[in-house]
Design a protein around this ligand. Structure first.
Ligand SMILES: Cc1ncc(COP(=O)(O)O)c(C=O)c1O
Length: 356
């Protein structure tokens, strides 16, 4: 038998739900997760560690304390390094969960074609999952995303359709979505996961990413912040962390030129993966206390500092998240803990200002 990490295994989820029928679903999540860890540890002790395929290795990324970037008197800042995840980003988690839920529901069949409008990492994740599971995959992306992202999608054997970004990323993303919907109307074999609307997106962060954070930190988390692409990360992680500590503070983070939640103008920016100029359906707008705006310069400098001062090779939106986390850490002060995620690796930004 081989260790299976995803989806919730060993029946632990169902058992936990029965035990805590009268409690909240988040308590059930926590208990299921700890039961799963105990079984995994037991199996590891028996030397059973072969993954049946790369998908079983998704998740369980390290959480790392920042040492040289935090100011005296600030809270401790911990970062979950998703650049070390399978596929190099946090979006492999959502890609896998959206695909296995669609298979369970019978909407994704062996001859289906996966088509997704995405500004990048979700496309890489879907291309990876499609490769392992043998689905034809087509990714529709703005031509303003980094060249590396397009090449990675193609390297996993998926096809790419580029849509021109004429200076309004929101309009371009909408055009990508319209193209996918047209393909779906014209071909019944087309399945569009639609990460901006799909509940399987925040679900995986609620049941996995957040529970990993709770397990890894083993103590109260006082602050969490995340940039918003689909809003899946902030919604899923935020809901589970807040169920554990209702007094914690959560900040939503937006690029200066796409601060739609803060009521700003939508233009083009370099914080790829977030600030798509739309308010996504999956975003829980009640989960955060405040919206903080980060400029391109702040995001870029912080991403560079993460490499130079902390040895963390991560993308530009990781700089966004950490720039906000450092502000939150200052606000909360010494003795508190702030967590954020580094959504992807720096190695898909060679052609961007990150490497200039
Ligand atoms: C690099 C990067 N950062 C941040 C995010 C935002 O994550 P979410 O879609 O969960 O809001 C994404 C999403 O694709 C991303 O690719």
């Amino acid at each position: 038998m081989v260790l299976q990490r995803y989806p919730e295994t060993f029946g632990a989820w169902e058992i936990a739900q029965k035990i805590v029928q009268k409690w909240s679903k988040y308590c059930a999540c926590v208990i299921a997760h700890y039961m799963r860890i105990q079984v995994c540890r037991c199996w590891k002790g028996m030397g059973i560690m072969i993954h049946k395929n790369i998908l079983e290795a998704i998740g369980h990324t390290p959480i790392i304390q920042l040492n040289r970037m935090t100011e005296e008197g600030s809270a401790r800042v911990l970062v979950k390094f998703e650049g070390l995840n399978v596929g190099g980003s946090i979006k492999t988690r959502t890609a896998y969960n959206m695909i296995i839920r669609a298979e369970e529901q019978g909407v994704l069949k062996p001859d289906s074609i996966i088509v997704e409008p995405t500004s990048g990492n979700q496309g890489i994740g879907l291309a990876l999952v499609g490769a392992v599971k043998g689905y034809r995959t087509i990714i529709i992306m703005p031509d303003s995303v980094s060249r590396e992202r397009r090449l990675l999608v193609e390297h996993y054997g998926a096809e790419v359709i580029l849509i021109h970004d004429a200076g309004n990323i929101g309009e371009c993303i909408e055009e990508c979505a319209r193209t996918a919907e047209k393909m779906k109307r014209e071909n019944p074999k087309v399945f569009v996961p639609q990460q901006f609307e799909n509940p399987a997106n925040p679900m995986v962060h609620r049941h996995h990413t957040a529970l990993e954070i709770l397990e890894q930190t083993e103590g109260p988390i006082d602050g969490f912040c995340s940039g918003i692409g689909t809003g899946g990360t902030i919604t899923g992680v935020g809901e589970t962390l807040k169920a554990q500590n209702p007094h914690m503070v959560i900040w939503a983070v937006e690029p200066e030129n796409a601060a739609i939640l803060a009521g700003g103008n939508i233009g083009t920016h370099i914080q790829m993966g977030i600030g798509d100029g739309i308010i996504p359906d999956v975003l829980n707008q009640k989960i955060y206390e405040d919206v903080v705006i980060i400029t391109d310069e702040e995001a870029l400098q912080t991403a560079k500092d993460l490499a130079v001062k902390e040895g963390l090779m991560c993308g530009i939106s990781s700089g966004t998240n950490v720039a906000a986390a450092l502000k939150l850490a200052k606000r909360l002060g010494k003795g508190k803990t702030v967590v954020t995620v580094l959504p992807d690796t720096a190695e898909r930004y060679f052609s961007t200002p990150l490497f200039e």
